[in-house]
Design a protein around this ligand. Structure first.
Ligand code: C5P
Ligand code: MG
Length: 164
């Protein structure tokens, strides 16, 4: 095996944003109708941020804040699909393809399962992969802890890359 350019690379991502009334709730680039949403400098798309970090992590290219600092006015209110598209482009530039992505959004409310297909389809389109390569799961936090009490939401993602 070539240790500097292995045939497979794995990445892990996690994100967490505070919930606030009147903020948009964007998950995987899809707008979820809800009276509350996520606070953040960008559009605070927890799922997009977790997947972006998983892609950057798989390539050992740092993290989302390094590429898109939240102190930069350019990213105020930014569409997180820009971050995701950039990370996928870096993967391709390094000669890898995304084999599959698995992810979990942990949010007490609202119910998200009816949005699974639009979210998967949007992520697949932005990442330029088949929809079968993108898994999105939803969990409550069983009303325990900050997520369970509706104070915040979390997302986790893992990705497998294959060398072209
Ligand atoms: O957290 P729990 O295991 O009770 O979630 C049960 C199901 O509810 C999940 O498998 C998921 O399909 C759905 N769910 C959802 N939206 C959430 C949390 C869970 O649609 N915010
Ligand atoms: Mg974030």
């Amino acid at each position: 095996m070539n240790v500097s350019s292995p045939s497979m690379r794995v990445g892990l991502g996690w994100d967490n944003h505070r919930i606030a009334a009147g903020r948009p709730m964007i998950i995987g680039g899809v707008s979820i109708p809800c009276e509350f949403g996520f606070e953040g400098h960008s559009d605070a798309d927890i799922l997009a941020h977790a997947i972006t970090d998983a892609l950057l992590g798989a390539m050992a290219l740092g993290d989302i804040g390094m590429h898109f600092p939240d102190t930069d006015p350019r990213w105020k209110g930014a569409d997180s699909m820009v971050f995701l598209r950039h990370a996928a482009e870096l993967v391709r530039q390094k000669g890898y393809s995304i084999a599959n992505i698995d992810s979990t959004v942990i949010l007490q409310k609202p119910k998200l399962k009816d949005f699974r297909e639009p979210v998967r389809e949007n992520l697949a389109k932005v990442l330029e992969v088949p929809v079968e390569a993108v898994s999105v799961k939803f969990k409550t936090a069983e009303k325990v802890g900050p997520v369970g009490e509706g104070l915040s939401g979390e997302a986790q993602a893992s990705v497998l890359l294959l060398k072209n």
